[in-house]
Design a protein around this ligand. Sequence first.
Ligand SMILES: *Cc1c(COP(=O)(O)O)cnc(C)c1O
Length: 471
Amino acid sequence: MADPIGEIALAAAALDRVHAAAGPYLASLADRPVLDPAAAKLLPELGGSLPDDGAGGAETVERLLRVGTAAATTSSGPRFFHFVTGGVTPAALAADWTASLLDQNAFARVSSSFAHETETVVLDWLRDLFGLPRGWGGALVASATFANFTSLGCATHWWGARHGRDTVGQGLTGMPRMPVLSGGYVHASARKALQMLGHGRDSVEVYGDGRADVGAMRRRLAELNAPAVIIGNAGEVNAGDFDPIGELADLAEEFGAWLHVDGAFGLFAALSPRTRHLTDGIDRADSIAADGHKWLNVPYESGFALVKDTARLGAAFGMPGAAYLPGPGDPSGGYALYGPESSRRARALPIWATLSAYGRNGYRQMVERHLDLAQHLARRVDEAPELERLADVPLCIVCFRARPAGVPEEALDELNRRIGAALIEDGRVYAGTTVYDGRVALRPAIVNWRTTESDIDVFVEVVRELTRRAV
Ligand SMILES: *Cc1c(COP(=O)(O)O)cnc(C)c1O
């Protein structure tokens, strides 16, 4: 097989192979190990040199599926508790295939009014879902890192304007450093966004070891007496704790600062009356970053930025001056002028489908099931004599460590590191380690729509078994 033109009549044949593999693969997710250590030996099958003549679409996809369905990390399954990792709802998965089938460029209305209008609907629905005003602007982006980038890009433009500078045209040269204040929960990706924006990742001034120290921030803002950016953290990654968002909003109002909230997964606390108070005040932020590919359970790559002042998005991310492209304000323009990417896939489709399919109540029920599962896990940890919980469980993360009788305190960090490594090597369930309050700990996060109580019980049993073996 050479020129793909030869496959025009067979264009759907390769897709048929994917469809045939999908049923068995999805059915296997409930019991598959997260990673089968033996599968690594299959990976070289995709290597070798670039073929001169190809094998054709269907045969090639068959080969990819054979290796992929065996060697993939089962991160979309119910027992992957590492990082904060969602799966893919049935509606979202089918709509993601649809996005590939239609291959829209969600650059602008003129490239796809279908993708553009769907994105508009989806952004309205997301604002509704989280109780935010419809008048806010927004854009779908690839991830929460890009959502932090988009939000802090808007903040940068705002800050420059306060100094009489158009940073989009002129850059930052010759300006003072943009003050950025946050608490100890500030996520590495917010720092990365600041690094990409030219502020430097070390530009963050941190007040508080964990939760933001609002008093210290107030003193600093009074001393600065200049426009500043505050980053609030709604859901930190080690134990799911929150900064006092309302108090940060008060502070931002008092000092005329820009409040950005990183709610990558924590924003979903707003879906349940049981946890909504954790996000109180978030509607007073200037920008919010969140993920779709975590708790919304849509495929990678999916995140979104919501920005109170819609015009700021266009000002910070428009691309005036290319004669063949729509400029800012041009009715044929669109979301590429509101975010960092230019050509982009129709990532609104899976979000639209999952929200259509399960609605506000479905998402609330799923979130509450995860809240219950986190409490169940916390109880199981508390009941196990050799396990020690290290933090409260306000949301969906349980931070704990192994502490078997007879092991001295100074040996516990090393023991827990070994248990963390053994868990990954074992592959039945996954969770990652962190350092919490100076102690090495496990921090399983529960955000996959498939996870049930029996998956949590398997997790606890595997951790206990590996702890016994590690001592
Ligand atoms: C996961 C996460 C991010 C980064 O999200 P990506 O989608 O991986 O870019 C940012 N902030 C918080 C709090 C997160 O949990």
